[in-house]
Write a protein that binds this ligand. Sequence first.
Ligand SMILES: Nc1ncnc2c1ncn2[C@@H]1O[C@H](COP(=O)(O)OP(=O)(O)OP(=O)(O)O)[C@@H](O)[C@H]1O
Ligand SMILES: [Mg+2]
Length: 529
Amino acid sequence: MTQTIPISSEPPLAVEMRGIVKKFPGVLANDHVDFELRSGEIHALLGENGAGKSTLMNVLAGLYRQEAGVIKVKGKPVEFHSPRDAIKAGIGMIHQHFMLVPSQTVTENVLLGLDNPRFFMRLPQYDAKVTEVGERFGLKVDPRAKIWQLSVGEQQRVELLKMLYRGADVLIMDEPTAVLAPQEIEGLFEILRSMAAQGKSIIFISHKLQEVTAIADRVSVLRRGVATALGVPAKGVTRQELARLMVGRDVVFSLDKKPGNPGDVVLEVKDVYADNDKGLPALRGFSLNVRAGEIVGVAGVAGNGQSELAQVITCLRKCRKGQILLNGKDLSAQNALFGIQHGMAYIPEDRNRVGSAPNLSVTDNVIMKKYRQPPISRAGLLDMNAATKLANELKEAYEIIVPHVSTPVRLLSGGNLQRVILAREISGLPSFMVAVQPTRGLDVGAIEGVHRLLLAQREAGAAVLLISEELEELLSLSDRVYVIYEGKSMGEVKIGSAEPDESLIETIGLMMTGSPLEKIHKEGVGAHG
Ligand SMILES: Nc1ncnc2c1ncn2[C@@H]1O[C@H](COP(=O)(O)OP(=O)(O)OP(=O)(O)O)[C@@H](O)[C@H]1O
Ligand SMILES: [Mg+2]
């Protein structure tokens, strides 16, 4: 008489994916991928742009149906035909682009799509319920606020609340920190830790290796649709090791920046005042200049006027006062076409709306600024063969992963869309370039590539204005850095070619929180501690 005794007392995995295959026309996005998620863990999913991370998670969240492979939730096989099915099984995904209704309140958004049509009659009760769920996980947000009134960080909390309210045990976050300012990231991490401590399992997609080592318990890596690491403990894993797993080669973390050789002033911003979209002052007497052959950085905490600065320079926003000169010509009465005709390139912050036309092909997007010139335009007609040829050359040179250049860019992965924009802007050999957060959402290999491209622009004699929230990026690329705070310049620091020392970083940090450089010099760094 034998008795079956369970061999292992290990709890079943929260999620188990085996041999997942997902194809798109011309792309094998997931090639027999395995993935395991334990209960109560924070699991980072890494991989280059286009590696298949979002696809794998969309399969898990019921958005895509896999062609092969099985998914088990708490040990039981499941089949999802819609996100609704996945949510019923306790799996909720927060996408890169939020799906909230701006004109409705937080509570209304949380309840949206649930089967209680008359909820609005008892809204106060629901407000209390939403608040209660929020408090349990440290998600502070006013249930009666309208979505449009909320910051991006708050909107993200609403998305989380929505999933928690539906009883999700597994939360998938697709690049949640890409949209957050540095000071909001720590807040999100606290929320994630609190959720994990209460038994929720979290999948966290990110390109920032330091974030992964800071927050994750384990790490899985995809490379070109194939899993190259499956649940490696995050403690002790180095940036180099992770980068190698993702890219398949060593990634250089230090750049070869040649000594600068600045020429004439190309851009001059003189005492500029401008308002933001809400009509409030965003730039309040800001000045800077950029010379040929140099990269000038603008550092600052998000929301201190950086976006508006880029917009007034590219003629997308009017100045209220002050002057902007490009090669000595006043830009104030011009429009964006003037900039294009005078060799200005622009890598905008918002690649989906400002930077590209989502429904148009890769070809259309790369020729956008060139369709008036030969060889693309001949006798006033568009030469589609020449356009396709150019697009294919750029696809090759900028390593844009896409089956065909006729693919609409909305189907590209985040990082590949960024490459399309870079290819368009840089291939025009600009004399002046404004780059806003040019590496946001890019993988380590691609970041390295963009940094090289920017340095190459500098060596070719272009004037580059680099607006970034990544201090490390600014320090490694710039010749000079201005710090912007509440629309004003806190001063300008020179960056040598050697590693920047601690006191310089500390000084910039103080300037970013509103101490003018002059004052710091007068009082010494320590006085501000
Ligand atoms: N709906 C779709 N139709 C066609 N191709 C798609 C679709 N979604 C993704 N792809 C392709 O599948 C591949 C994997 O894309 P995916 O979005 O999963 O990458 P990712 O790892 O999330 O990249 P990123 O870091 O850039 O966001 C890419 O080549 C992408 O172009
Ligand atoms: Mg993605």
